[in-house]
Design a protein around this ligand. Sequence first.
Ligand code: BGC
Length: 738
Amino acid sequence: MKKNHFIVVSVLLLFLLLVLGVNSVSAQKPAYLDVNQSIEKRIENALSLMTLEEKVAMCHAQSKFSSRGVPRLGIPEVWTDDGPHGVREEVLWDKWSAAGWTNDSCTAFPALTCLAASFNPQMSLNYGKAIGEEARYRNKNMLLGPGVNIYRTPLNGRNFEYMGEDPYLASRMCVPYIQGVQQNGVAACVKHFALNNQETNRRAINVEISDRALHEIYLPAFKAAVQEGNAWSIMGSYNKFRGEYNCHNDLLLNKILKNDWKFDGVVISDWGGVHNGDQAVNNGLDLEMGTSTNGFTTDGTTPYSQYFLAAPYLKGLKSGKYTETVLNDKVSRILRLIFRTTMSANRPFGKFVSPEHSEIARKIAEEGIVLLKNENEFLPIPVDKYKKIAVIGKNAIKSLIVGGGSSSLKAAYEVSPLNGLIKKYGKDHIVYSKGYDSGKTEYSKEINSKVNADSLIKAAVEIAKTADIVLFVGGLNKSKFQDSETADRESLDLPFGQDKLIAALLKANKNTAIILNSGNAVSMPWVKDVPAIVQAWYLGSEAGNAFANVIAGDINPSGKLPFSFPKKLEDNAAISFGQISYPGDGEIEKYKEDILVGYRWFDTKKITPLFPFGFGLSYTSFEYGKIATDKKVYSSDDLIKVSFTLKNSGKVDGAEAAQVYVSQPKASVVRPLKELKAFKKVFLKAGEIQTVEMEIKAKDMAFYNENAKEWTLESGEFILRNAASAADVKSSISISIK
Ligand code: BGC
C-alpha cells in the first residue's frame, strides 16, 4: 500500500471508529437520562432499573420538606416549599424552626384573596411566573400552592390563602397561576383537596355533603387546576369526607381525581395527614409528608423510615399484602414530576427578589384593592390637598407578611402603609398614632388591658382632632384566631377594641376613612357613619406603595369582592344552620346550605349583604349597555357569545370587572337565582366606550345530576345578565337551549 493510501485508509478507519464509538456511547445512555425521549419512555426505563427499596424510598419524606430521589441513578430529590404567597424561608432538616440562612428572604406577593379580587387572570399569570421564578431560584421543584378551597364562612382562618366563594372565579384565577409557576419547571401543588373549609377541628372533622354541592361548588376549581392548568401535583386535605381521611380518600383520589379527571401528577399528603397504612397504599396517595407532626407546631417524632409508606410498605410488598403495580403507579407519578421539573432540559434558572417581581407584586396589590364606600368623593386624596393627615391604627406599621401559619414569609422587605403614605405625602404632612394594640406575638390571643386601650384611644383622638382628615388602618392580622392556620376566628367583629376606637375617632373628626387589612369579611357597625372604606387585604412586600398609590389617586381602584360581606354572622348560609353545619359537632359537619354558598344564598333567600360578591367602586363611573347574544337558540355544544357596551362615563381612566350571571328559571332541581359564568376586566380611558365580548360554553350552565351522576343541561329557557356585582344587575336577555 502506498504511503498516501495508507494515510487515507487510516483516517477513514479512525472516522469510522469515532462514529461507532459515539453511537455506542449514545446507545449505552439509558433512556431515562435522554431528554429527547418522551417522559413516559423515561419513566418506563427508570422504573425498570430501580429496586423495590429504591421505589419505596421515593414515596415518603426524608426531611420536613423533601423526599428522596435515586442517588445511584442520579435521579434528584423532590424539594417542596410553601406557598402560596412567596417562597418560605428554609427550615431545619427535621424541624419547623428556621434554618437561619441569610439568602432566603423572598418577595412577598399579595394574598390570594387580593389576587382573586383583581378579577384579572393576567395578574394570576404574572403572579405564577414570578413566584415560580423565585421557587426555581431557590431550587424547589414543588411550590405548595395555590389554595382553592371555597370561602364557606367568614370565620375560616385560612380564607386569605384562597380565592373566594365562587367556583367559577376561583377556577379562572387559579389556572394561569399554575401555568405561570410550571413554566419555570416547578410543579404547582394545588391545595387542600378537598372540603378543607375551616381550621377548627380541621384534622378530625368528617364532612357530609351532597354530590351536587361537592361537584358544583367545592370541586370545580380543583378540576380546572387539573384539566386546564395541568397541575403537576395536588395536596390532600386534613379533614375527612364520608368517613375517610382525604389524604387517602378512595372516592376523591382514585375515582374522581385520577380516574374521572385523568390526573397524572403526584398526590402529596398534607403534613401529618396520613393515618392508615392500607389506605395510604391503596387509596390514591403517592407521597407521604409530615407524619406524626400536627402539621404546624410539633416536630416529627416518627423516624422517616417508619412512615406508613416506608418500612411498613416495603414489608407489605415483600409479603404480598400490597402489589407492585400500585407502587409502580406512585413511583411513575413522582418520576413524571421529576422529569417535568428538575430533569427537564428546558428548565430556566429562575430569579429572586428582582425589581420585576416587586413591580408584579405592586400591580397585583393595586388591582386587588377594593373601594367599598366613597361618599362625596372623599377619596382620592391628592398630594398637597391637606396639611395634616392623621394615620391611626396598628396595621399601618405591623408586619402582615409574618404569621398566619405555613404561609408566613421572611420577606426581603415590606413597605408598611405608614411608610408608603409618608413617601407619598411627605413626612411633614403625616402624623401617626397606634390607636389600639394587637400585641407582639403572632400566636397568642391577646386582649388589651383596659387602661392601656383607653390611653391609646385618647392619644389617637387628640391627633385626630387636629388633623384635616384621618386614615384609620386596621382590620385583622395573622395572629391565631384571626387570619391564621389551625384555628378559626371566633366572631365577625374587629378585634382589639377597634370599633370603639373608630367611634371615638369619628366623634373627634368626621372625616375619618377606614382602611382594612384582612382576608375575611368583618362586621362594620360604623358603616353609615364613615365617608370611605377600603378593603386592602394583605398586600405583601409592596403593601405601602400600592396602598398610597390608590389613596392618592395615582391608581384608580378596580378590585371587586371575591366573597360577600354579611351584615351579621347568622346571615351566612353555613352558620345559619347552627353548630352541626358549622363548625360541626366535633366529629361530623353537615353542609346544610348545600349549593347555596355565598351570593347564591343571599340572592336566593333575599338577604341583603353588607357588601355583595363582585362589588367594588372606582374613582370613575361606568355605564353598561344592554346585554345581547349572537343567537336566541343554542345546542349544548355551542358557545354563547355575549356582548354589551361599557362606557367610562367619569373623568378619570379606570377599569371595570364586568360580570355575566346565568340562571335557569324553570329547572327540575333547585338552582341558585344566578351564577357567575363569565367576567372581564376592561380598561377604559375617561369617556371611552367599548363593546365587551365574552363567551360562555352552554355546557357550563349544566347542573350536577345526582341520579345520573353526571352533568345535565336541561333544555328550556336561560337568563343571562350583565352586572357590576351580584347585587347590581344592569340588564338581562333570555335564550333557550334545545
Ligand atoms: C398546611 C399546608 C402546608 C404544609 C407545609 C400544613 O400544615 O396545611 O398548607 O403546605 O403544612 O407547611
